[in-house]
Design a protein around this ligand. Structure first.
Ligand code: UTP
Length: 504
């Protein structure tokens, strides 16, 4: 049997493919080819046909140059954000916040707002084999991160319905675009299907897959993870920009009349999905690309900060600025000058997302050194390394900041909006226990702000109390029920009726 009976490729084309990889210094991907079964050969050829080896080499070269420049370039200038682009909910009046919220809710009511979720990461630090969004952080209700987010959307749709004009015929819908990747796509979709899309309409949840790139050795050679398989990885959360173009998301946004999107990470259990305050704030400032930040807690906190690098809006990693710069404070001494910690929580106009291809070739990929399984080229054995063996190339969602026409930044309260799930259980920071604690503590605060109390001893890691987003998105609608009352625990409050029953 010839190879052509298996594949849309004949012997001449196969030869040309081999020559193309050789010419680009990647001919070793055919090293084991002749000893493979024909089906394995077919699998490898399919993968290689899909791979733009010239572009890959270019991305590698630019990434290396970028990494070297950031180490060597001592002339880089860093400036804090100008006042004109920065606002804070912590320093704004309640009236101002209400105005932003009202604008956001009326835009949601008019069907102009969508959410885009970045859920393509592999969650290696967390160590679960399921996508992160399926993770149960051990809340009293055992809800997954996906379920919490879905319920916030449902609640917001309900609230926004009150802002619809009587003449408005369309139901109030916040479409949810979920970016997955090769490793997370099928299990994510199956999880939603098994959970009946958490009460949302299936047609309003759109799953789309981000791109991948081959993993490379430290000197830029494609890694084979098996003799017939190139090691690949998602191309970073910045892969969102190519994916929204290539996977029909922009087209869908336009067909639905969506003008603005809120884009957030799956692993922030406190994410205010489609936050009307953020939407209203961004739109009122004429923003095309915006970001939420929280205040950096200490100069040495290892987070990226949003600032101006060489005259352009940018996220600067902790390791890129000197201790002296990271310790600088504002004139009143109240906060860090470079204190706008990035939480990967974004606002985009549809017009901005549509414009990205005009500057996409200028986006630089970053090198993430990782332990990547590989085939030893001399022995053919598969090696599972204990230290970093290669690199993944990733683009970051914030890499587009320099290209914004109207950039703006909104600072929010960390305890209300940011608690990321990054690390394995028991690690003590950004782990399932801290996620659970931060949600439960927030729910207690919601009750207290509404004039009530929750029976508790301050141990939020163990407290059996939870308030469903169905009942309250951000603390609203509780005072009529709880003012002057005490809630008995344990209590899992899924409805207003549960709330009434839980009162002493
Ligand atoms: P992280 O950079 O924290 O990566 O992602 P991760 O995959 O969750 O965890 P580790 O680093 O493997 O332990 C931040 C956000 O960006 C998304 C993630 O799903 C998460 O919401 N992301 C990351 C993508 O959507 N695609 C990617 O290629 C990488």
């Amino acid at each position: 049997m010839t190879i052509s009976s298996f594949l849309p490729i004949n012997e001449v084309e196969l030869q040309a493919l081999k020559e193309r990889f050789e010419k680009n210094g990647q001919g070793h991907v055919f090293h084991f080819f002749d000893e493979l079964e024909m089906e394995q050969q077919a699998q490898l050829i399919y993968q290689l046909l899909d791979l733009d080896v010239e572009r890959l080499n270019e991305i590698y070269k630019t990434a290396i140059k970028g990494a070297e420049a950031s180490v060597l370039n001592s002339n880089t200038t860093f400036e804090p954000l100008p006042e004109a682009v920065f606002d804070s909910v912590l320093k704004s009046s309640p009236e101002q916040i209400r105005d932003w919220e009202t604008l956001g809710l009326s835009l949601i009511a008019q069907g102009k707002v969508a959410v885009i979720l970045m859920a393509g990461g592999q969650g290696t630090r967390l160590g679960s084999s399921d996508p992160k969004g399926c993770y149960n952080i051990n809340l009293p209700s055992k809800k997954s991160l996906f379920q919490l987010q879905a319920e916030r959307i449902l609640r917001l749709q309900d609230i926004a319905r009150q802002y619809q004009r009587p003449s408005q015929l369309k139901d109030c819908v916040i479409p949810w675009y979920i970016m997955t990747s090769g490793p997370t796509h099928a299990p994510t979709y199956q999880f939603f299907e098994a959970n009946h899309f958490f009460g949302l309409k299936k047609e309003n949840i759109i799953f789309f897959e981000q791109g991948t790139l081959p993993c490379l050795t430290m000197d830029g050679k494609i890694i084979l993870e098996a003799k017939d398989k190139v090691a690949i990885a998602p191309d970073g959360n910045g892969g969102i920009y190519a994916a929204v173009q290539n996977k029909g998301v922009i087209k869908s946004l336009k067909e639905r009349g969506i003008l603005y999107s809120h884009c957030y990470c799956v692993d922030n259990c406190l994410a205010r999905v489609a936050d009307p305050v953020f939407i209203g704030y961004s739109v009122s400032k004429g923003t095309d690309c915006g970001v939420k930040v929280v205040s950096k807690v200490a100069p040495e906190e290892p987070v990226g900060v949003v600032c101006v690098r060489d005259g352009k809006y940018s996220v600067v990693e902790y390791s890129e600025i000197s201790q002296e710069v990271s310790e600088r404070r504002t004139a009143d001494g109240a906060s860090l000058l470079f204190g706008a910690a990035n939480i990967a929580n974004h606002f985009f106009s549809t017009e901005f997302l549509e414009r990205v291809p005009q500057f996409a070739s200028q986006l630089e990929y970053h090198i993430a050194k990782k332990k990547i399984k590989y085939v030893d080229m001399s022995t053919g054995e598969v090696v599972v390394p204990k230290s970093n063996s290669g690199m993944k190339l990733e683009c970051f969602v914030f890499d587009v900041f320099p290209f914004a026409n109207h950039f703006s930044v909104l600072e929010v309260d960390r305890k209300d909006e940011f608690s990321p799930l990054k690390n394995a259980p028991g690690t003590g920071a950004d782990c399932p226990e801290t996620s659970r604690r931060d949600i439960v503590a927030q729910h207690v605060r919601f009750i207290e702000a509404a004039g009530g109390q929750v029976e508790q001893d301050g141990n939020f890691e163990e407290l059996e109390f939870e308030l469903s987003p169905w009942v309250s998105y951000a603390g609203e609608g509780l005072a009529d029920f709880v003012a002057g009352k005490i809630i008995k625990t344990p209590a899992i409050i899924e409805t207003k009726e549960d709330l009434i029953r839980s009162l002493n």
